[in-house]
Design a protein around this ligand. Sequence first.
Ligand SMILES: Nc1ncnc2c1ncn2[C@@H]1O[C@H](COP(=O)(O)OP(=O)(O)O)[C@@H](O)[C@H]1O
Ligand SMILES: O=P(O)(O)OC[C@H]1O[C@](O)(COP(=O)(O)O)[C@@H](O)[C@@H]1O
Length: 311
Amino acid sequence: MARIVTVTLNPAIDKTIRLPRFTPGRVNRITDVRSDPGGKGINVARALKQWGEKPLALGWVGGHLGKALIEELDHWGIDHRFVAVEGEPRTNLKIMEQETGRVTDVNEPGFQVQDQHMKSLLETYEAALAEAEVVVLAGSLPPGVPSDFYGTLILRAKQRRTHVFLDADGVPLKEGIKRFPHVIKPNLAELEQVLGRRLPEEDDRIKAGVDLCREGIGLVTLSLGEEGAWFFAGERGIRAIPPAISVASPVGAGDTMVAALAMGKVRGWSLEETARFSVAAGSATASKAGTQLGTWEEAQSLSERVQLSSC
Ligand SMILES: Nc1ncnc2c1ncn2[C@@H]1O[C@H](COP(=O)(O)OP(=O)(O)O)[C@@H](O)[C@H]1O
Ligand SMILES: O=P(O)(O)OC[C@H]1O[C@](O)(COP(=O)(O)O)[C@@H](O)[C@@H]1O
C-alpha cells in the first residue's frame, strides 16, 4: 500500500492552560489544564489515522515522556519508527484566554541532536521512502540540526519520486523552499517572514502564491486562520472560506489541514475537493479543546458549507 510517511524531528507534549485573561508580570490562576501529544508530523499522522489512512510516523524521540508519546502512538494504532536520542521531548505551553479567545504558544527548543542521530534518522528515512507515496516534513528543527536538514530530506524524497510536503517556519522553511518541495503550507505570518515583506491585500497574497508556483512549487496553501485559506497550483488560485464555528483551540488546525492535503494527494482529489475538505478539517480541529483533531464526520459536515471562489 502506498503510504503517507510523516517526519517529526521535534516532537512535543502540548500543555494547554485556560484562564480568563493572561496578565504578564502578575500571578495568573488557571481554570483548567490538559496535555496532548503534539508536534506537527505526529498530529498529521493522528489525523490521517482517524480518517482511515495507514500513516507511518518517523522522527526523533527520547526519555520518559518520549516513551509515553510512543505508547500513545501504539494506543492509536499508528505505525512508527522513531530514532532514539538522549533527552526528553519538549513541553509546549498553549495559553488560551477565555475572554478574548486569544491563544499564545510558548514552544521549547527541544532536545539536543548529535551527528549519529542524524545518520540513523537518514537511514530510517531512506528505508521508509521505499514504501512512501507522500512524505510530510513538519515542524521546527531541534538544537544541533543544520537549518538545511529539510533540504536534504526533500532532495532524497525527490530522487525517489516521492511527493514531498514541507510545513515549517523561519529559516528551515526558507532553506527548504530552495529545494522546491511539491507542497508547502505556510500561514500568513510564516509566508511574510520567509518573503521578508507584508502581504496585507488579497492581490499581494495571490502574487506571492502564484510566484512560488512559477518558481517550481506544485501546491502553495496559504492558511489564514478563521478566514480560511488560498490554494495556488500552476496558474490557478482557489480561495476557501470556512463557515463560522465556535472556536475552542486552534492548536493543531494547521496540521489537520496538512493531513487533508496529503490525503487529497493519495486519494486523487481535485484542487476544489482538496481545498474544501482541508479548510473544513482545520476548522473542525479549531472547534475542539487542546490539541484534539477534527474527525472525518466533523470535517465532512463543515465541508458542505465551505465557500469556494477562484482568481
Ligand atoms: N479560529 C478559526 N476558526 C475557523 N477555522 C479556523 C480557525 N483557525 C484555524 N482554522 C482553520 O484551520 C486552517 C489552518 O489554520 P491556521 O491557523 O491558518 O494554520 P496554522 O495552525 O498552521 O497557523 C484554516 O485555514 C482554517 O480552515
Ligand atoms: O515544531 P514547532 O514549530 O515548534 O511547532 C510545534 C507545535 O505545533 C503544533 O504541532 C500545532 O501546530 P498547528 O497549530 O500549526 O497545527 C503543536 O502540537 C506543537 O506544540
